[in-house]
Design a protein around this ligand. Structure first.
Ligand SMILES: Cc1cc2nc3c(=O)[nH]c(=O)nc-3n(C[C@H](O)[C@H](O)[C@H](O)COP(=O)(O)OP(=O)(O)OC[C@H]3O[C@@H](n4cnc5c(N)ncnc54)[C@H](O)[C@@H]3O)c2cc1C
Length: 340
């Protein structure tokens, strides 16, 4: 028994020292090989903490290096180099957009993080016509697409609520907001992608061309390739928007109204529902159709200690339709009062 234990211990020490030797021997080689890659951008090998953070703040994996690419070819060269090292290098790669995901999705433990926002400088190209679209970098923020698009009177059809997220980041998930019931999520509003594959090849794909790659990358959590450019479907930006929030105390009424609104033909352009728990000052911050000082009405919508439900709605319209849209308010308020 004692002999067996001794053998087991020696064996474990041998295995651990082999791993340590492998790490020590491999790291300088990998580092120096990365330093000699012919790229326009640069690698960071120090101060890597930023790349080990995400919005969830629960996972923190330090990478070996961060690539700040200046061109798509920088990404392709790096990924090809890692591919050629083979699986023995154990080097993983993660594209990092704005780092707003959770659970370390945009991190690469001991690997290479690619800072996609470095590609933001690449110009957006707007195509105006019957079916307008824009070609943008995978590292572009949606807020910038909105700002630039409005100069042409255009805007993407499908959004996320929060716009300081990158194109590559949300297209790797789905990109959902209040327009999804009408247009589908953001991944359903992309005509074409340029992708760096796991072998470091730059491939153009669409529903018709390299469609497996196209559908794999969209919603693929960064596991099927790196989106370097995307062609996003646009529509004329609305001149005016009427924005309404409706509070409910009853879940069944809330979901029934929501279903009615998303299945109707010409209802709202944006419909989103959410749950409110323990929010104070709700009635003071939100405009409402009754006097918040009215104690009977107000007591129904105190969120402290209870759950409320909210429908957020928006109607797009042109200036000359203002009178018509304002007329819509009355029947809707009528429903609202009846149901609450
Ligand atoms: C405040 C807040 C509000 C949000 N609101 C919404 C919302 O309304 N609707 C919604 O759908 N989501 C929402 N999200 C979630 C958000 O869309 C996702 O977390 C998204 O992935 C974040 O984008 P990012 O640019 O920060 O990506 P990152 O966090 O940097 O990356 C996310 C994932 O995408 C991969 N990735 C990043 N860039 C690329 C690329 N170019 N090519 C391939 N893969 C890539 C990464 O490797 C990682 O797996 C919200 C998140 C926050 C923090």
């Amino acid at each position: 028994m004692k002999r067996n234990m001794l053998f087991l211990r020696s064996f474990m020490i041998l295995v651990l020292s082999c791993i340590a030797i492998k790490i020590n021997l491999c790291f300088p080689n990998i580092l120096s090989s990365l330093k000699t890659l012919p790229i326009d951008g640069h690698f960071n090998f120090e101060q890597l903490h930023h790349a080990a953070k995400d919005f969830g703040n629960r996972y923190s994996f330090l990478p070996l290096a961060v690539l700040h690419p200046n061109s798509v070819s920088d990404i392709a060269t790096t990924v090809k180099h890692i591919w050629q090292m083979g699986p023995g290098s154990d080097l993983t790669v993660a594209a990092r957009g704005h780092g707003h995901s959770l659970q370390g999705q945009a991190q690469a433990h001991g690997g290479i993080v690619i800072n996609m926002k470095s590609l933001q400088g690449l110009k957006m190209q707007f195509h105006i016509g019957n079916l307008p679209y824009v070609d943008v970098s995978g590292g572009e923020l949606w807020i910038n697409i909105l700002r630039e698009g409005l100069k042409h009177g255009l805007a993407p059809k499908s959004w996320t609520d929060y716009l300081h997220l990158t194109v590559g980041g949300t297209l790797s998930n789905a990109g959902i907001s209040g327009q999804a019931f009408r247009h589908g999520p953001q991944i359903s509003n992309v005509h074409r992608l340029e992708v760096v594959t796991g072998k470091g090849e730059v491939v153009t794909c669409s529903g018709k061309q390299n469609s497996d790659l196209f559908h794999g990358v969209l919603g693929g959590l960064g596991q099927f390739g790196i989106i370097t450019r995307a062609r996003i479907s646009l529509e004329p930006a609305p001149e005016m928007v009427k924005w309404i929030r409706v509070l409910y105390t009853d879940f069944a009424t809330f979901t029934r109204d929501q279903e009615e609104l998303i299945s109707g033909e010409s209802t709202f352009d944006y419909v989103e529902g959410f749950v409110i728990i323990n929010r104070t000052g709700l009635l003071n911050n939100w405009r409402s159709s009754f006097n918040p000082q009215d104690p009977v009405q107000a007591s129904k919508f105190k969120s402290d200690g209870r759950t409320l439900f909210c429908l957020e709605l928006a109607k797009y319209f042109n200036r000359d339709e203002t009178a018509v849209v304002n007329r819509v308010r009355r029947p809707f308020n009528h429903q609202w009062k009846q149901r609450n």
